[in-house]
Write a protein that binds this ligand. Structure first.
Ligand SMILES: Cc1ncc(COP(=O)(O)O)c(C=O)c1O
Length: 267
């Protein structure tokens, strides 16, 4: 009723969720901050997802786990006696159109500053997505796939439903840079997995600040989310990113990500 809840979206294949451990840890952190009791543990959640997919004969799905404060009896006081409501849904997803991966996408820079617009703790994946909805509306109006939200100092924070990475040539190395959590972003699970893969592969990366003024120096950019994985960005507003084509850092990370997902499913 009042945006008083949280959610997680993750992908599952054949009833097996990808990176459930990481999603469940974020769900617990969000719930702790919102003071909502979590009525299931990770193992129970894994079973529910398997059953949901089996009963719906769903092979490749986006699973949404929504946890709210429960039935609304009026007023704003938190009543610990009211049980939380847990809703889990599975929606079929298909692979991204190949054109998106081979040509990349164009994104907009929205006028929305997430922190100022929502007043919410950005680390909580709250069910209030109004700031993101209006950022996306700005992107849609300019025929863009997604829209960037800026942080308090005008730095690139994240996109309406994804995390951001830019690639910069530093001392002769292509360094993958992603805004740090302090920028006021949602700690994306895909971002976390990509950082882990970069570390394991000993590829240069850092968390830091990226400003729109840095776009001309970017050799590549990409966004990422649990349902889509990494997606190359080849245009930001009217500016071409790098050569205007998806680059080698994206290709390497996409490959590492696909392998990491396959390991999750095989486990
Ligand atoms: C605002 C925002 N940032 C980042 C992400 C990516 O997060 P994840 O990788 O956990 O899906 C999402 C996903 O919905 C999002 O809504």
């Amino acid at each position: 009723m009042l945006g008083d809840g949280l959610f997680e979206t993750l992908r599952a294949h054949g009833g097996k969720p990808e990176f459930l451990k990481l999603h469940f840890a974020r769900l617990l952190r969000s719930a702790r901050r919102l003071r909502i009791r979590v009525p299931v543990d990770e193992a129970a959640l894994r079973k529910i997802i398997a059953t949901l997919c089996r009963k719906n004969k769903a092979l490749d799905v986006a699973v949404r786990i929504t946890l709210t404060r429960g039935r609304y009896f009026g007023g704003l006081s938190i009543d610990p006696a009211v049980p939380p409501t847990l809703i889990i849904t599975a929606t079929p997803v298909s692979e991204l159109p190949p054109k998106i991966l081979t040509q990349g996408v164009k994104v907009a820079i929205s006028s929305i500053n997430k922190a100022a617009a929502s007043g919410l703790d950005p680390r909580v994946k709250s069910i209030n997505y109004l700031a993101n909805i209006f950022a996306k509306a700005e992107g849609d109006a300019r025929d863009c796939y997604e829209a960037i939200l800026l942080g308090a100092r005008g730095e690139i924070a994240e996109l309406s439903t994804s995390s951001f990475f830019g690639v910069f040539l530093e001392n002769g190395h292509a360094v993958a840079v992603t805004p740090s959590i302090d920028t006021g972003i949602l700690p994306g699970i895909t971002r976390q997995v990509l950082l882990r893969e970069l570390k394991r592969a000993k590829l240069p990366y850092r968390e830091g600040e990226i400003f729109p003024a840095d776009i001309p120096r970017m050799t590549e950019a990409f966004l990422c989310s649990s349902v889509r994985g990494p997606v190359p960005i080849t245009r930001i507003e009217k500016q071409k990113v790098g050569t205007g084509k998806p680059g080698p850092v994206f290709a390497k990370l996409k490959d590492l990500y696909v392998k990491a997902c396959a390991q999750e499913i095989a486990a």
